[in-house]
Design a protein around this ligand. Structure first.
Ligand SMILES: [Zn+2]
Length: 139
């Protein structure tokens, strides 16, 4: 679609003064709805799952088109406060996996600081940036 087409212009005019952010809360709501929709293909609670998924999608669209931007921002902040605590171990793990090919991770024996060292440098002497403790490691 052309960036200045009539449809895009109408959509832009519609979204003036509305929230329109695909924020953390909306992404979680939509992800949960998709999972529930997939689950609703089987089982005896299919109707209920479908209903809940539809409600979740409705809530996320209500938030997208809401005129009360500050309330939606506050809602998202409140949600993020417990959501980030919940996913913290997983986000740490995905970070470590994504870095795995180029770096090795060590923990300082004294202060337990996590230290990232580039791979393929052979035997190196690692200095903890936090407490200055030194140890030998193979990268
Ligand atoms: Zn240390």
């Amino acid at each position: 679609m052309k960036p200045n087409s009539k449809f895009i212009q109408r959509l832009q005019r519609l979204m003036i003064g509305r929230y329109g952010q695909n924020d953390t809360l909306n992404r979680v709501l939509n992800g949960l709805a998709i999972v529930l929709l997939i689950l609703s293909f089987w089982g005896k609670y299919a109707g209920w799952l479908f209903l809940v998924a539809t409600l979740l999608i409705a809530v996320s669209y209500w938030r997208l088109f809401s005129h009360n931007i500050y309330r939606q921002v506050a809602l998202n902040r409140g949600f993020q406060r417990f959501w980030f605590i919940l996913i913290r171990p997983f986000s740490r793990l995905t970070y470590q996996i994504s870095q795995h090919w180029h770096y090795r991770f060590f923990h300082c024996a004294q202060c337990h600081q996590r230290i990232r060292v580039p791979r393929h440098h052979g035997h190196v002497r690692v200095t903890c940036p936090k407490c200055g403790h030194q140890f030998d490691a193979r990268t």
